[in-house]
Design a protein around this ligand. Sequence first.
Ligand code: ADP
Ligand code: MG
Length: 256
Amino acid sequence: MSLLEVEDLAIHFGGVKAVDGVSFSVAPGEVFSIIGPNGAGKSTIFNLISRIYKPTRGTIRFDGADITAFQAHQVAPLGIARTFQNIELFDHSTVLDNLLMGRHTHRSTNFVQDMLFLPAVRRAERAHRRRVEEVMEFLELEAYREKMIAGLPYGVRKVVEIGRALAVGPKLILLDEPASGLSVEESQDVAFWIEDMRRDMGLTVLMVEHDMRLVAQVSDRVLAVANGKPLAQGTPSQVKADPAVQAAYLGTEVAQ
Ligand code: ADP
Ligand code: MG
């Protein structure tokens, strides 16, 4: 059974059909990528799945439940976490605090318990710290633990953004252009982490990415979109060779 099923998804902003009839499903443990030119509707698909936008049409099912009408805050506790194309971190907090904030969705204690610092609170706090330490070790972020986000190089902030999503402890992680702006070497690290997320953490990955080398390296299947519409779906090499995909990328560097 699929972990995520998107069927005939559409959202129209006035006259702009940002997403228009997109369907795909992602199996547990799969790495599934969405590619397409700028403005194709890729980030909008992520905003629909994470319930920031309300679709004009279509359904989204996750882990057997219809989540199309869910609120954004209901999605993380189900096991969906995401990164943002433009990095959404608290610039004046440390790496550690940003990752701990990623754990907020797991809060099971209440305010009075927090005030009294009851054993349940201490236990929950320890579990949060443990998960965050695991994520920091996984992404090799320990050296930056107490560093403020604002002072970090772009490449490190991109990794912290992935860490914040992983700290949630998701089943499905949505990565919006995790390699954009990264060096070849940093992109290679992202490829290894994606492979490890699947193998060691049992995660399912849905990725939007322009770097076709990264897409081909890690993806089981790829969906190409343009102008909100699906162009082709299949293995990375099938999609890359598709005439409609080739035409959509004509004159850009992505088709190489
Ligand atoms: P991509 O991520 O593929 O580059 P986006 O999903 O960001 O593209 O955008 C797809 C289209 O939807 C663009 O034309 C964009 O301007 C439009 N769009 C996205 N969000 C909104 C919004 N909130 N209001 C109006 N138009 C939007
Ligand atoms: Mg985008």
